[in-house]
Design a protein around this ligand. Structure first.
Ligand code: MG
Ligand code: ZN
Length: 354
């Protein structure tokens, strides 16, 4: 009798265990990936937000931190084209190449790969949409300066939401083609004035091409364009339950470095940090989104050598080969710690979502 009672107890216990165990053992995978790139943003550039931003810094919210080596296949010091291609295609190439190997062979990029998995994709930048970093996520050309060709490739790409400058590459072209009209024919709702026409309609694709060339600089009044466009693109892309991939770039951190302009640089880093905050706010609520933030390379050997903008120093006016920080938050973030190469980001993303 005692044995029967014990058996029943054990049976009840084992039933209870089998109900709980499977959920606990299942490793959580992110559905969505938000990849944010501060162009030219080394550790000193990131640090500047901690010293000069009023209010809390969003970089502080990341749980997992690493370092990446930014070199190309053949050069220690990269440019944004080779670095963007390494991120987007998972292979290192040489400078100036967009979505092509060292042998000038087109390589599949991450937005194409994820579109084949039913993802929606978006790109939000403060440069022209045809600049090197964004174009590495949709284009394939041997020279980053083939802007008209890149505008065509963007039109015919899998990108669902695009925001940035670059109107001249669409309407003021050597071949006379009205590429904006072609974008409308390809299903884009095109706006060249402001973000205000956005109505979050998943039957449309969106193209906000809001400046003739690049978006204005922060010190010249760009306002909250980058965090706002980041939030809008997330609102739109997240309606797709199969997942989304969004690339957001703080494009002008690099340009301020090239010009050794501390005020421009620091205001761009702070603006980028605000956009990072929008991504993290969504990821915290959503629970299925991986947010990764890094740089394509460091620019200008920037140094926080004083308390004021005027005291800051730069070692040079070009890129450096310094490793750059890598921040990750959300399911799968633990895969992005330690020291790794720029080209490994692609494989890590595909590994954590599948
Ligand atoms: Mg760039
Ligand atoms: Zn640069």
């Amino acid at each position: 009798m005692k044995n029967i009672f014990l058996s029943i107890c054990l049976l009840a216990l084992s039933c209870a265990c089998t109900q709980v165990a499977p959920q606990k053992s299942k490793e959580k995978k992110p559905v969505n990936v938000i990849f944010m790139i501060g162009d030219g943003m080394g550790l000193a550039q990131v640090s500047s937000a901690f010293y000069f931003k009023d209010g809390s810094v969003n970089f502080k919210r990341f749980s997992e931190i690493g370092l990446i080596n930014t070199s190309t296949a053949v050069e220690k010091i990269t440019d944004s084209a080779a670095a963007g291609t390494a991120f987007s295609c998972g292979e290192r190439t040489r400078k100036k190449m967009i979505g092509m190997s060292v042998d000038t062979i087109s390589m599949p990029n991450i937005t194409d790969t994820l579109t084949s998995l039913n993802y929606k994709t978006g790109i939000v930048v403060t440069s022209s949409v045809t600049d090197a970093t964004p174009s590495a996520f949709y284009g394939h050309v041997p020279s980053r300066y083939q802007y008209e060709k890149l505008a065509e490739q963007l039109t015919n790409s899998n990108i669902d939401f695009i925001a940035g400058g670059g109107l001249n590459c669409f309407v003021n072209r050597n071949d006379g083609v009205n590429q904006l009209q072609k974008m409308e024919e390809a299903g884009f709702a095109v706006d060249t004035v402001s973000l205000e026409s956005f109505d979050c309609n998943t039957d449309k694709k969106y193209a906000f091409i809001l400046a003739e060339d690049n978006m204005p600089k922060m010190p010249e009044g760009r306002g909250d364009y980058l965090p706002t466009a980041t939030q809008m693109s997330i609102e739109y892309l997240s309606k797709n339950k199969d997942g989304f991939f969004l690339m957001v770039e703080g494009s002008q951190i690099d340009w301020a470095g090239h010009r050794n302009n501390a005020e421009h640089l620091i205001t761009e880093v702070i603006d980028f940090d605000d956009a990072v905050g929008k991504a993290l706010d969504f990821a915290e609520k959503d629970g299925n989104t991986l947010v990764i933030v890094t740089a394509d390379h460091e620019t200008a050997g920037f140094a926080l050598s004083g308390d004021k903008y005027e005291d800051i120093s730069f070692a040079l006016t070009n890129h450096t080969a310094s490793m750059v920080p890598f921040f990750a938050y959300g399911p799968g973030a633990e895969n992005f710690t330690g020291i790794f190469d720029n080209k490994d980001v692609y494989k890590k993303i595909l590994k954590v979502i599948q």
